[in-house]
Design a protein around this ligand. Structure first.
Ligand code: PLP
Length: 387
């Protein structure tokens, strides 16, 4: 088998070798516990964390004290949603039907615990209606949880407008920015939100490390989620994961170094891919007319059995039918369903995501392979033949 083409960078990315190199000494040479304040082993680890945090904060344009390390975005989401609900006796959370399962699953758990939840509809492009959001807010509402960029379609929500509504109504705003980091400029994002989260493995860093951004002024509305040891200002106990924190900081340094070029390059490759696949008859590119992540393409093929397509493609290309967390599920994508896409088309949709290692020739090969496999599957579909 030829080398497979990896086009699933929204699922995860390979850890950059420069990141790995930076991390290695912190496993066995500078191995101290950052909370050991009585000796130089601890001081060195603590210094590494301070340097990494300062560097991440500088890139994000936030204060180092606003950064909390977690095991990844899923933990960050759990800690924000549950932390806010624990702080208030009665509460109401508003979210979108198209959020990542990490958010939706925590929301349904909170619902079972008696928290009131509103799952807002989205339009045909997956975008929230600001008037619907405004109308859904009541005196009980404590938190709005709306992601910045969608992991399946790449669609970008109007964060500034959402923030305005939240501020006017005195409601906290959390945005899962896991897919936005490293793909679009965050600009004033942190002035709009109270809480946000990120994950290193989406940006060529190690797996198992994430960041929760907690605006200093919004700390008081959050209860600790993981207790023990008092680390991270009592908000998240547990020994600091020094190698991974150093790795996350290095990953951010690396993409920041050549960021605008990366955006230009991935946009070009994604658009080439889109152009090539649009030559196939009866396809829809989802969210084509709205702001999307530059690397993401979500495309539906009519008259194609999606499972067959993914099976045959899996010999040559790594793509997905949605979020990696959903890919074992036989249900259609909840994101596309919420956008009003018919169920049969949801099943025959692919999420293709480009990364910094993707080449023009890989894109060309992917177009050829997908075009061929779609034609093969359609050739045995009676409905296609009768068309
Ligand atoms: N949120 C979004 C938008 C994601 O894409 C993902 C990962 O797929 C997560 C949360 C979960 O991230 P992690 O793997 O760091 O827990």
């Amino acid at each position: 088998m030829d080398q497979q083409i990896y086009l699933d960078y929204n699922s995860t990315t390979p850890c950059d070798s420069k990141v790995l190199e930076k991390m290695i000494p912190y496993f066995n040479m500078i191995f101290g516990n950052a909370s050991s304040t009585n000796h130089s082993f601890g001081w060195k680890a603590s210094e590494a964390i301070e340097n990494a945090t300062n560097s991440i904060a500088k890139f994000l344009k936030v204060k180092p004290s606003e950064i909390i390390y977690t095991s990844g975005a899923t933990e960050s989401i759990n800690s924000i949603l549950r932390g806010v609900c624990d702080k208030f006796n009665s509460s109401h959370i508003i979210t979108l039907k198209t959020e990542h399962k990490a958010t939706l699953d925590v929301c349904s758990y909170m619902e079972e615990k008696g928290v009131r939840l509103t799952y807002l509809d989205v339009d045909q492009n997956g975008i929230v209606n600001i008037n619907d959001l405004d109308a859904a807010i009541t005196k009980e509402t404590k938190l709005v949880s709306i992601m910045y960029a969608n992991n399946e379609t790449g669609v970008i929500q109007p964060i500034k407008e959402i923030s305005k509504v939240c501020k006017r109504n005195n409601v906290l705003f959390f945005s899962d920015a896991t897919q936005a980091l490293g793909k679009i400029e965050l600009k004033k994002f942190f002035s709009y939100v109270d809480y946000a989260c990120f994950s290193a493995h989406k940006v060529y860093g190690p797996k198992g490390i994430g960041v929760t951004f907690i605006k200093n002024s919004s700390k008081k509305f959050l209860d600790s989620y993981i207790l023990g040891g008092g680390q991270q200002k009592n908000l998240r106990g547990g020994t600091y994961n020094v190698p991974s924190i150093v790795g996350f900081s290095e990953a951010i340094e690396l993409f920041n170094f050549n960021f605008l070029n990366y955006i230009k390059r991935t946009t070009k490759l994604r658009n080439n891919l889109q152009k090539g696949l649009l030559k196939i008859e009866e396809v829809n590119v989802n969210c084509i007319s709205v702001k999307r992540l530059p690397n993401t393409l979500n495309i539906s093929f009519k008259f194609v059995d999606g499972e067959n397509l993914l099976n045959s493609l899996s010999r040559y290309i790594a793509v997905s039918n949605g979020s990696a967390c959903n890919s074992q599920s036989v249900k259609p994508s909840h994101v596309l369903i919420a956008m009003g896409i018919p169920e049969n088309l949801c099943f025959s949709s692919l999420r293709i995501s480009i990364g910094k290692h993707t080449t023009e020739s890989e894109v060309d090969k992917a177009i050829q392979i997908i075009t061929k496999e779609v034609a093969v599957i359609r050739s045995s579909n009676l409905l296609w033949k009768k068309k």
